[in-house]
Design a protein. Structure first.
Length: 414
């Protein structure tokens, strides 16, 4: 089987995902996608007529984020019309899946040059969302809801914390660590290699650095924040009397009246806008075009888990991809586990008995934000940059996704 190589990885800064407050919120999502696609082309002198496909991740594909953003962003970036494009949705896991599919196409010999990535403008999707009908549990399919009740993700995070006995102090401490590590990374320029400034259509600068981090965060400041998802428990989700809380307690009746709510704005992922792109090629294409590979894609995997708890698939996904690669947890130098909620990363570390100094070394989504369809590609680039900075060999990236899923990928620095 052919090898699939990562040639380059770029991302935008993550802007606060609120209209009127975030520096990217006024832009069209396709413009954000075009920004990273233009950068991947220009940095690598890429002849876009030779790009076999653009595989793109976007979770909320409606309105301005609909109509195949991968293809439209490529056209907006000035790519040759021969470069096709497709857009997929694996919820939060979309940005890993795009890279995995790119690798599969190249390793199978079907294609030689693919740009993978994703974009999500949460400032836009927030304005179109229906809180009573989240995409992972459409209110019209009561049969599926009865089979697999699926709640609001923050409620799921608190349910997992309760079942696992993970307390508020533990999740807050991880959030503080995330902020501290993100500040160190920004101060030391650890993101600079991949970070691409975003410009407005008139050429003026929109944003050139991540604007979500709150480096002054402390345990004391977090202790003053009220938990959020207890307020979701009694929100009705249909006309049958079901609530977000009932979606969990139907399957886990032991949680009835005993939920320990530990998550709040400070230890949950940030709402942001962002995009990322990764250039994946065959060895033959890289050699022919004078491109120097930065990493090899070693293995990819997908895993499903309980849709009701929703957030628990990263651990089995990591075990699966490690087995495929013939590696152990000790072989991995850099872990990137998306901090959708603090308990996800905390449980991942505990269950796999990981060295905390190897996990989210430069902070995570609690500090930097989580632009849903783009985050997976961002994390792959972050892992690659850190492997190059530290001299490590292997990086593992995984993340929870709605519906109780997790994709995972292992890369090897060249």
């Amino acid at each position: 089987m052919a090898e699939a190589y990562i040639i380059d990885a770029v991302r935008t800064p993550r802007g606060i995902g609120k209209v009127g407050k975030g520096s990217l919120a006024h832009l069209h999502p396709q413009h954000l996608g075009a920004t990273v696609l233009s950068a991947i082309r220009d940095r690598n002198n890429l002849d876009t007529a030779t790009v076999d496909d653009v595989i793109w991740g976007t979770s909320s594909q409606r309105g301005a984020q609909g109509a195949d953003m991968g293809r439209m962003s490529a056209l907006d970036a000035g790519f040759d019309v021969k470069a096709s494009g497709v857009t997929l949705d694996r919820f939060c896991g979309s940005g890993i899946t795009t890279v995995s599919l790119a690798a599969a196409q190249i390793m199978s010999g079907m294609e030689d040059c693919v740009v993978a990535g994703g974009c999500e403008m949460m400032s836009y999707t927030a304005s179109t969302a229906d809180p009573k009908n989240p995409p992972m549990m459409d209110a019209g399919n009561l049969h599926l809801r009865e089979m697999h009740p699926q709640s609001q993700q923050g409620v799921c995070a608190d349910a997992i914390a309760t079942l696992e006995g993970i307390d508020r102090e533990a999740v807050d401490q991880l959030a503080v660590t995330s902020q501290q590590r993100a500040k160190r990374a920004m101060d030391e320029g650890r993101f600079d290699k991949s970070l691409i400034p975003v410009y407005n259509r008139d050429g003026t600068l929109a944003l050139d650095k991540d604007e979500f981090p709150r480096p002054s965060t402390t345990m004391e400041s977090l202790s003053g924040l009220k938990t959020v998802f207890n307020m979701f428990m009694e929100i009705p989700v249909d006309d049958q009397g079901n609530t977000y809380g009932a979606m969990v307690t139907k399957k886990y009746p032991q949680l009835e009246g005993k939920m320990n709510h530990v998550h709040h704005a400070g230890n949950s992922s940030g709402v942001v806008d962002g995009a990322a792109a990764i250039l994946v090629t065959s060895k033959e294409y890289a050699d022919k075009n004078g491109l120097k590979p930065r990493a090899r894609i070693v293995a990819t995997a997908n895993m499903g888990d309980d849709p009701t708890l929703m957030l628990n698939a990263p651990v089995p996904a990591a075990k699966k991809v490690l087995e495929k690669a013939g590696l152990t947890t000790d072989d991995i130098d850099v872990y990137e586990i998306n901090e959708a909620f603090s308990v996800v990363a905390e449980k991942f570390i505990r269950d796999l008995k990981l060295d905390r100094e190897k996990v989210n070394i430069n902070g995570g989504a609690m500090a930097l934000g989580h632009p849903i369809g783009a985050t997976g590609s961002i994390l792959i680039g972050t892992a690659l940059d850190e492997l190059e900075r530290s001299g490590g060999r292997y990086g593992l990236v995984t993340m929870c996704a709605a519906g109780g899923m997790a994709p995972a990928i292992i890369i090897e620095r060249i």
